[in-house]
Design a protein around this ligand. Structure first.
Ligand code: CP
Length: 294
């Protein structure tokens, strides 16, 4: 089996190898995987990740197939295991899945029938989004050379964010100083990560400021958006000089980042992230198709 489910399963060396390969794809490297057939199965909405994987598969000469949940037989009550078995029988060899359930991949990978199919996690509940963390790392490495000892501040809805979980896992491995900053209702302890509730203190000396969207679809608690905007919104005045502004998208304008800053030169890194996502996903797919992520 050759899959990508979490950042935790990758070594520091493997992360650097994927990033090096992404860099060479960005410079024009060619690969051909025309015998590969991948299903893009998204049970939660997506723009960047879905298009990015589809674009990466096309650029590699592989064949992407979009699974439309609302028009598929899962909406008629078919179990996901049976759906995957049938897709495998049809000739799909790679499943790229976004799911709300946190144990879906471990359940799916217990099935004997569709081995040796590849599984790639395209975002799982509030716990893991490995290709997002890899593309964020690629973007940071491109801008700063190295993240070792750099102060990376992740701001906002830490509690419900899979991006925060995968990014902190990756950045800790690469030797960055990771700080999370959030109001108490979005706080979640992450081992090896400093928490700072005060935005000004968190931003002081930051090399990277990564803002997160409030995950409205996962909120169980009542929160005050006005309070969040007043105390945690990033704007032209509080943004640290010479820092890099990042956001995984989708951005909710004027909630986590003020439009004026987003529309400025500083906001362009967010589109660099989207662009780099294609090369990182090409690298992940190329390594998986060639037999290993190492
Ligand atoms: N960053 C990210 O996962 O965006 P999408 O939800 O649009 O895929």
């Amino acid at each position: 089996m050759n899959n990508l489910i979490t950042i935790e399963e990758l070594s520091k060396e493997e992360i650097e190898n994927i990033t090096d390969l992404a860099e060479s794809f960005k410079k024009g490297r060619y690969a051909n995987h025309q015998t590969k057939h991948a299903a893009l199965i998204f049970f939660e909405n997506s723009t960047r990740t879905r298009f990015s994987f589809e674009c990466a598969l096309n650029r590699l000469g592989a064949h992407p197939y979009i699974f439309d949940n609302s028009k598929s037989s899962t909406s008629k009550g078919e179990e996901i295991f049976d759906t995957l078995n049938n897709l495998c029988a049809i000739g799909i060899d790679t499943f790229i899945i976004r799911a709300r359930e946190e144990n879906l991949f471990s359940e799916l990978m217990k099935n004997e029938y569709y081995k040796p199919v590849h599984f790639i996690n395209a975002g799982m509940g509030k716990t893991a989004h490995p290709t997002q963390a890899l593309l964020d790392y690629f973007t940071m490495r491109e801008k700063m050379g190295d993240v070792k000892n750099k102060k990376i501040v992740i701001i906002g809805d830490i509690k419900h964010s899979r991006v925060a979980k995968s990014n902190t896992a990756l950045l800790k491995k690469m030797g960055a100083n990771v700080v999370t900053c959030a109001p108490s209702y979005f706080r979640e302890e992450i081992e090896g990560v400093v928490f700072e509730e005060n935005l000004d203190k968190a931003l002081s000396g930051a090399d990277v400021v990564m803002c997160l969207r409030i995950q409205n679809e996962r909120l169980e608690e009542t929160i005050s958006r006005e309070d969040f905007i007043k105390n945690y919104r990033i704007n032209s005045k509080n943004f640290p000089k010479n820092a890099i502004l990042m956001h995984p998208g989708p951005v909710n304008r004027d909630i986590e980042i003020e439009s004026e800053l987003l529309n400025s030169k500083i906001g362009e890194t967010i589109l660099n992230q989207a662009q780099n996502g294609v090369y990182v996903r090409m690298a992940v797919l190329d390594k998986i198709f060639n037999g290993g992520l190492v």
